[in-house]
Design a binder for this molecule. Structure first.
Ligand SMILES: *Cc1c(COP(=O)(O)O)cnc(C)c1O
Length: 379
């Protein structure tokens, strides 16, 4: 088999998805499945839909276009504010986009008008993490302008926390969001169907027993793929944390001294870590490097220590040497996964090992309520 490769068990991911959908469903919260860590993979998209997800979200239009071309039956949402240079592509492909700039929404309105279609808009509100979002004080004015734009429907409000500054999406922040929803609905006599409370970092709050308020949707990526809660990177009860495995091949394995010799200066990626003298060690090189993965984000099996990496070499020590050609397996964190998915050198192998048939059930357009997914209506 080819190496390096990512083995992606869609059965385990499907289990993670349906487990979280059931738990959140009891709290009145739906799951938007985020595919960006898998470059909008149609295989992943189908597995998410098969497990019960109705909306797929991605931050890149290229990834949504991939899902659309593959006719994955889902509402497609662009979850990063659209680039002005891509507005035609956005209205062509995405049923919904998340927005923070009135000029961009005006551009979406014009682009949707040219195609005689309507485009759904969710407005992102800044609640303190200082990434994207309209400041609450400016929200009413933006909404009043948007409600006058043709070919645009205001579908809801959202927020994103715990991404740039680590601000926790707790009960107080979610109550702030619910209050903004109520204010906008009363002031403008509208109904906001989507209240998108945040990402995987919201799960502690969402699965607790506090009041959910108006929040009825979460955008989940990391928790579905890795089974981890991003606030503390601990496993979420009942989810698989080993659905995705990074496999790499041994290209050298020798007994070598643990200390370098000669005059030392900087290494390929800056000053090297201070070496410790452990005498002779079994040193192994894998054909895997910074171009393939974030080496810091790999967890090694017991007895193997990752000592360093360059562009193309991952260096390990272990009690015994390995054979050349042998494969070793690691668990990637989010950062390692993202880079491995993006590297053209890493083969992505989707497996449907444990049960879930990713093509079932195929939803009908009528299952989607108000927003009719273009991937289905174009079929
Ligand atoms: C990436 C992203 C998500 C998903 O975050 P996870 O931590 O992977 O669940 C949600 N919302 C937005 C706006 C994002 O960019």
């Amino acid at each position: 088999m080819s190496a390096p490769r990512l083995e992606i068990d869609l059965g385990k991911i499907g289990h993670n998805v349906s487990t979280l959908i059931a738990r959140l469903g009891r709290r009145g919260i739906a799951v938007t499945g985020i595919t960006k860590a898998a470059l909008g993979s149609p295989e992943l998209g189908r597995a998410l839909v098969g497990a019960g997800v109705r909306t797929l979200g991605d931050s890149r239009i290229e990834n949504l276009e991939k899902l659309q071309r593959a006719q994955v039956p889902a509402i497609l949402a662009l979850i990063r504010s659209p680039m002005r240079s891509q507005l035609d592509r956005v209205v062509q492909c995405a049923d919904l986009s998340f927005n923070t700039e009135i000029d961009v929404v005006a551009g979406l309105s014009a682009a949707a008008g040219k195609r005689s279609t309507t485009h759904g808009v969710v407005l992102m509100v800044e609640l303190g993490d200082l990434r994207e979002g309209i400041l609450p004080a400016d929200l009413k004015e933006v909404v009043s302008e948007i409600l006058q734009l043709p070919n645009i429907t205001l579908e809801g409000l959202g927020t994103n926390l715990a991404c740039r500054s680590g601000v926790v999406p707790d009960a107080a922040k979610m109550a702030d969001l619910s209050e903004l929803v109520a204010t906008i609905e009363t002031s403008f006599d509208v109904q906001l169907g989507i209240v998108s409370g945040g990402n995987s970092a919201n799960l502690v709050w969402a699965l607790g027993d506090g009041r959910v308020g108006r929040v009825n949707d979460l955008r989940l990526g990391e928790s579905l793929l890795l089974g981890l809660d991003p606030l503390n990177r601990k496993p979420i009860d009942g989810l698989y944390t080993d659905a995705i495995t990074m496999v790499a091949e041994v290209i050298e394995s020798k007994i070598k001294p643990s200390l370098p010799w000669g005059h030392t200066a900087q290494a390929a990626f800056g000053p090297p870590d201070a070496p410790t003298d452990q005498g002779l060690v079994a040193q192994t090189i894998l054909a895997l490097g910074e171009q393939d993965v974030d080496p810091v984000g790999l967890s090694a099996p017991a007895g193997i220590h990752i000592m360093g990496a360059s562009s193309d070499h991952l260096i390990l020590t272990s009690t015994e040497p390995f054979s050349v050609g042998e494969e070793l397996r690691f668990t990637p964190n989010y950062s390692a996964l993202l880079r491995a998915m993006t590297s053209p050198f890493v083969v992505k192998e989707f497996e449907v090992a444990s049960g879930a048939d990713p093509d079932w059930p195929r939803p009908e357009a009528s299952d989607f309520g108000g927003i009719r997914p273009s991937a289905i209506s174009n079929q």
